[in-house]
Write a protein that binds this ligand. Structure first.
Ligand code: NAI
Length: 358
């Protein structure tokens, strides 16, 4: 059987650090296991354009492994060439780089290693909220520059205590974010999701649901985005919605870059409508050098907490999603049922309710 994996290149770091399992070099730790069973395993980071390894090998691969960190975009056109493809496995969480509707039509299964990195991301969200609200990055940059002017950074530093914080999406990550924020004594914790949390679960974190998105954002000092990217969330945060945010609110998005309109966010930060934006996900990955999110600043010169896509690929997370990929493949090879929570698209239908209301 031919198994194709599109992973990111780990270069020197992957040679020095074997726990960087999600790299081309370390091959999710499954290369010899696959080889011993007689499977052909192609691993590459070359994913763009018609002459890429991705497009060449997809033509006869039966299994495709991809990762959100270096997404191999499996569009309908590419799928049309993939005559043998039966199953796509996402090493991580978030399969929006695959045309899921086309996968349903072509009866190609799509699985994720559900839960593998949700704590990793939730921790990153809490860190990002704190670094924006407390104006941490400009303060640190001042120190590296050799300067010391407390008022320049204190003028835009606040406490998280007493703020209204809301999550768009209250699934595995969103809920973990709420749990981790509760001890900061916020004024309120809100969520916006078409799936309501059970009352007992919501009351454990003291979260209140707001059903209208504009009303939701207008109440929040901090908004964090924790919903998958699909037709209903693409460009959800645009110029119009941003005008309903509280002036000077902070926005953290570790879900997917394309949930936000990149130019609208950059403009909102520049004008001060947003006091800051942080996250690790971009509408194109790798992000071009001139992407506005790399350099945007609020009127006081701060408010940018952007990093490359790595919140869900800590070494702890890599161990979990690498072993999760292996379990999914073991089930597939043995014809055994998969863990239901891992199945996004089953044979010919959506099994997950998280990728939009259908
Ligand atoms: P989940 O499936 O447990 O929860 C997603 C929640 O979003 C569900 O409750 C769903 O009802 C809700 N939702 C869907 N569409 C919505 C909409 N239009 N408005 C409001 N809520 C909506 O997924 P999980 O594990 O919490 O992950 C969420 C997303 O986070 C992933 O799909 C992925 O895109 C992203 N992610 C990012 C990572 C990173 O490294 N930056 C790593 C892992 C996930």
């Amino acid at each position: 059987m031919k198994v194709l994996a599109i992973l990111y290149r780990g270069a020197q770091a992957a040679k020095q650090e074997p726990r960087l399992l999600g790299t081309v070099e370390n091959k999710l730790g499954i290369a010899s296991w696959l080889k011993d069973q007689g499977h052909e395993f192609i691993v590459t980071d070359d994913k763009e354009g018609p002459n890429s390894d991705f497009q060449k090998h997809i033509e006869d691969a039966e299994v495709l492994i991809t990762t959100p960190f270096h997404p191999g975009y499996l569009t309908e056109d590419v799928m049309a060439k993939a005559k043998n493809l039966k199953i796509c496995v996402t090493a991580g969480v978030g399969s929006d780089h695959i045309d899921l509707n086309a996968a349903v039509q072509r009866k190609i299964q799509v699985l994720e290693v559900t839960g593998s990195n949700v704590t990793s991301v939730a921790e990153h969200v809490v860190m990002s909220i704190l670094l924006l609200v407390r104006n941490f990055l400009p303060a640190h940059e001042m120190i590296e520059r050799g300067d010391w002017q407390v008022s320049d950074v204190a003028r835009n530093a606040f406490d998280l205590e007493g703020k209204v914080i809301g999550t768009i999406g209250a699934g595995r990550i969103g809920y973990r974010v709420l749990q981790r924020l509760q001890p900061f004594d916020p004024k309120a914790l809100l969520y916006y999701d078409y799936t309501a949390l059970p009352d007992a679960v919501a009351s454990q974190v003291g979260a209140r649901r707001v059903e209208d998105l504009k009303e939701f954002v207008s109440q929040c000092d901090v908004v964090t985005v924790n919903a998958p990217l699909h037709e209903g969330t693409r460009n959800l945060i645009n110029t119009d919605l941003l005008s309903h945010f509280k002036k000077g609110a902070w926005l953290v998005n570790t879900a997917r870059g394309a949930i936000c309109d990149a130019d609208a966010v950059a403009q909102a930060v520049k004008s001060g409508q947003l006091n800051g934006y942080a996250g690790d996900v971009w509408n194109v990955q790798p992000a071009p050098k001139d992407h506005p999110w790399r350099s945007m600043k609020n009127p006081l010169g701060g408010g940018n907490g952007m990093v490359p896509h790595y919140s869900g690929t800590t070494l702890d997370a890599q161990a979990r999603y690498a072993s999760g990929v292996r379990s999914i493949l073991e089930n597939y090879f043995a014809g055994k049922p998969q863990e239901p929570a891992n199945v996004i698209v089953g044979e010919g239908k959506y099994e997950s309710k998280a990728y939009g209301q259908r």
